[in-house]
Design a protein around this ligand. Structure first.
Ligand code: SIN
Length: 290
């Protein structure tokens, strides 16, 4: 499963046989040239998760990298920080308890017509142990299905809903004043999609699927639960071990991820932004209704 590709502007090493790569030899505070950004995009469409090590970034640098990669995708859930419309800070204090933000497998904003394409997370302060993020590949999940299952789900259209999203307040992470509106968001996406850059197919499953179009909830659940179980199998996972100065990036529609809640007593402060994605493309060529 080795898929090494040569990149002129940095060194890259696969994290696992299926997903994730570590990048070294790149200083994004200095080099945000179009050529480097194009290489990063090529790498992210190939490996889906990148851990770019040894960066020294302030909020302004994260903002500049986001701007160099593409337009901000918007965030209807969280308040941006003062001075930057496109940045938020995920902070967890040592004495905080309860769930961490992003705990449990999910895709960022899957219930939008155009979910973010790339999510960026920068490790400003990370625990000495714990606080990793796990990812799973929806491309490998699709590949692993039998021909009969692939044929059965080829044209399925799935309704993702914002109603389950309105959760708890996580520490100092501020929700937008109009966040209640997202409870009424529903969007139809094809279940089997094509990456517009590589042409590879992926299984578009998320944690907020309400129903398969045309199916009852009782018929929907076992199919989606089965696909979710396949999608989170360990052989399709990688685990990003953060270090101060690691810039993580993931190709949001092609992965699910989960934050690991195992660092009580330590602070974890991450800077986050998102880059515009694409309207999901049905692999069958048929479009989901708008
Ligand atoms: C997220 O789900 O976007 C947050 C992941 C993390 O903090 O590790």
């Amino acid at each position: 499963m080795a898929r090494e590709t040569k990149f002129e502007r940095f060194q890259i090493r696969q994290m696992t046989g299926t997903i994730g790569a570590e990048i070294t030899g790149l200083d994004l505070a200095r080099d945000r040239s179009p050529e480097t950004m194009a290489d990063l995009k090529r790498a992210i469409h190939r490996y889906h998760v990148l851990a770019i090590r040894d960066q020294k970034m302030e909020l302004e640098d994260v903002h500049q990298v986001r701007a160099a990669l593409g337009p901000f995708s918007g965030n209807p859930v969280h308040e941006p920080i003062d001075g930057y419309d496109d940045l938020m800070i995920l902070n967890r204090e040592p004495d905080e308890t309860g769930k961490v933000i992003g705990e449990d497998w999910h895709m960022d904003l899957a219930w939008l017509a155009k979910p973010p394409g790339i999510t960026m997370l920068y490790g400003h302060e990370v625990p000495p142990v714990g606080g990793d993020t796990c990812f799973t590949s929806l491309e490998w999940a699709y590949r692993s299905l039998s021909p009969a299952m692939k044929a059965m789900i080829e044209d399925f259209v799935v309704v993702h809903s914002g109603k389950g999203v309105l959760g708890q307040q996580y520490g100092s992470v501020k929700m937008r004043a109009d966040v209640h509106k997202i409870a009424s968001f529903e969007v139809e996406h094809p279940l089997v999609c094509t990456d517009p850059v590589t042409g590879e197919r992926y299984l578009f499953v998320s944690s907020v699927i309400d129903r398969i179009k045309g199916f009852t909830p009782a018929e929907t659940r076992p199919i989606i639960d089965y696909l979710f179980k396949v999608a989170t199998r360990p052989e399709f996972n990688c685990r990003l071990r953060w270090a101060p100065g690691t810039l993580g990036m993931w190709l949001n529609p092609c992965v699910m991820h989960t934050a690991i809640n195992d660092y009580p007593g330590y602070r974890r402060t991450m800077y986050r932004s998102t880059i515009e994605g694409w309207t999901p493309i049905a692999a069958s060529g048929k479009r989901a209704a708008a």
